[in-house]
Design a protein around this ligand. Structure first.
Ligand code: G3I
Length: 349
């Protein structure tokens, strides 16, 4: 009994000294997450933050080699009126990426959210809607040709039960808007990788099968779809790790690039009172981040498009302002200091 107790104590001391070592060795950001892996490691980033918020800019610069615009490349921002495009902010982000050797991923061409009022209120025949869709995609993708490496062409087109979402696009164009969107995107930039992007793919096998079946059916007709984005806004407790790696496998085995496109790991899904992040949850979160990176490392390199983290610090996370709850889903804390998850990745990749 006594020896069991001492083994337990020694084990605890070893674990906690490892954790301390991890935390102290990663604090100065002298290593880069992107350098630790063979695939692209990205973040969502906002140009005004990169420019005006020094620690934020330093993290984006030093840790990542791929960037997704969180909002500035969505339709409401890029295409505010029928005959007006607003490029300034996205262009500045593209310039930043070009001058800092970051790949830029375009998010997102066709979605049911963050649409400008003129599209929401648009009245027209099917032919008018087709013209609208075509011009919107051709204009945007051509503008960024050679600057944007890849696009989320269609975002979140499926319901959880596997049926197609009854979005404004489907209402006016029928299901064919999906294939048309990919065809126009390819026409505008033959070199850009084209993605279908969605959430719940790991947690919901019904939706996952529906998405794969539908995309396979489109590809069989010649529709140019290169990859699938698994958003991965997930939780410490679910989905199970094995479901995550099985989903990556299923996607690449169907011959699609795999993009973990919007990764964050919530530790407070029940919206509890939580003034700070409990240590135990931070450690579980660190393990889960590491599991995902390790599982991703194991898929064949030719199918690895990269992992993108959806936010820099916890303070920037969409989860807090969207659900009005305190949560701590990212790799850096409110003061832009590395969290155990970052340290775990830097020390174990
Ligand atoms: O731009 C307005 C600004 O003019 C206004 O003053 C301010 C006041 O609330 O709101 C600003 O818009 C907000 C926008 O982010 C820019 O900050 C919206 O209210 C807010 O809803 C919006 O949230 C974004 C959300 O998409 C919209 O659905 C999040 O930042 C963004 O992280 C989130 O990202 C989505 C992906 O695109 C698709 N997958 C899910 C993911 C998380 O929801």
């Amino acid at each position: 009994m006594k020896s069991l107790l001492s083994i337990g104590v020694i084990g605890f001391l070893l674990v906690s000294s490892c954790q301390k070592e991890e935390l102290s060795s990663c604090g100065n950001l002298n290593k880069s997450l992107a350098d630790k892996v063979e695939f692209y490691c990205g973040t969502v980033a906002d140009l005004s933050q990169i420019v005006n918020n020094q620690p934020y800019g330093q993290i984006v610069n030093s840790q990542f080699n791929s960037v997704t615009a969180e909002n500035s490349m969505k339709s409401a921002y890029l295409h505010p009126n029928q005959n007006t495009y607003y490029w300034t902010e996205a262009d500045e982000l593209a310039d930043y990426c070009a001058s800092h050797s970051k790949r830029l991923h375009g998010h997102t061409l066709i979605w049911h959210k963050q649409l400008p009022d003129w599209i929401l209120n648009y009245q027209g025949s099917t032919a008018d809607w087709e013209k609208l869709l075509k011009e919107h995609i051709l204009e945007i993708v051509s503008h960024f040709k050679g600057k944007v490496a890849s696009w989320d062409v269609v975002n979140e087109a499926f319901n959880e039960d596997g049926t197609l979402r009854n979005s404004i696009w489907k209402e006016n164009l029928g299901a064919s808007y999906i294939e048309k969107a990919f065809i126009y995107a390819r026409e505008a930039d033959p070199n850009a990788k084209l993605f279908y992007n969605d959430y719940s793919l790991a947690i919901n096998p019904v939706k996952r099968s529906a998405v794969l079946n539908y995309l396979n059916h489109l590809r069989a007709k010649g529709t140019p779809i290169d990859g699938i984005g698994m958003q991965m806004h997930i939780f410490n407790g679910f989905p199970e790790n094995i479901e995550i790696s099985n989903t990556m496998d299923e996607i690449w085995k169907n011959d699609y690039l795999v993009h973990i496109s919007e990764l964050d790991i919530s530790i407070n899904p029940q919206s509890q009172q939580m003034l700070s992040a409990p240590d135990k949850e931070l450690r579980r979160q660190a393990e889960k981040y590491l599991y995902i990176f390790k599982a991703y490392e194991r898929i064949p390199a030719r199918y690895q498009f990269g992992i993108t983290i959806w936010g820099v610090s916890d303070n920037d996370s969409w989860i807090r302002y969207t659900y009005n709850r305190n949560d701590f889903p990212l790799l850096f804390d409110d003061n832009y200091l590395p969290k155990p998850a970052y340290c775990k990745l830097i020390s174990n990749l």
